[in-house]
Design a protein around this ligand. Sequence first.
Ligand SMILES: [Zn+2]
Length: 279
Amino acid sequence: MTQAPASKTVSASRRRPKLAELISDDIKRWIAAESLGEGDRLPNEKALMELYGSAKATVREALKILEVEGLITLKTGPKGGAVINQPGMEPASRMLRNFLHFQQLDGKQVYQLRKLLEVELAVSVVGRLIENDFQQLEANMSACACCGGEEDHRRQRFLELEFHQLLARACPNPLLAFMCQFLNDMLRDLVVIKKAYVPERKQFDHANQDYHRQLVEAYRAEDTQRVRNIMAEHMADAEHHMSALETEMAAQMLFSGDSLHTHHHRSKLHDLPTEHVSV
Ligand SMILES: [Zn+2]
């Protein structure tokens, strides 16, 4: 049975939540109400089964949902159980990629956002960088300047994006930091998968290095207006240099950043005899 895919314009139909989802939602309410934090434990499986009057499989499914969302870690053994985690950005990033995979996102749309957000982020970091941050930014710039030749171009693109990730780590607004890191991760993944090349890349690399150097100077001087101007110019320039490959981004959204580094672009499902694949 093949089902026609739902139209992109129609949001997912409102289905009735499964019991396990109701339980996982209820556990979240409890975590929030009790202000539970990293390392706190949930009641054991047996207690949850009694509390919700549910089968073991249902409670396990509810816990699994929380684990996939990054809210808990499930530990086995006599001292095991569900321990609360503070999720990193990975689960949120994965969900957002799943969503974007089916949208026709292109590089122009990414830069429409990046141009605004990177500038806001850059400004938010003025006066917050400590000496250790400056050292990391300068080490990044030195590494960037050392790159030469064809092979190094990828590395240079990574380093260029890493410079922006370093700034994001100092951002006091976690939402702004997340959005910028997410955009940078998408651009970084493009370099890995599609080997995105910028035609006049030498010129582009030099321009980037120059912008970074000027930014660090402006940060040292804590000159907010200059930081704003330089980052705005840097992003406008980066958009201008955006390669043709970066204009079609949607296809690789489903891969997580981690799986990219294994260079396994081929799915095991490709090995399946065609009669098992219904399209
Ligand atoms: Zn840059």
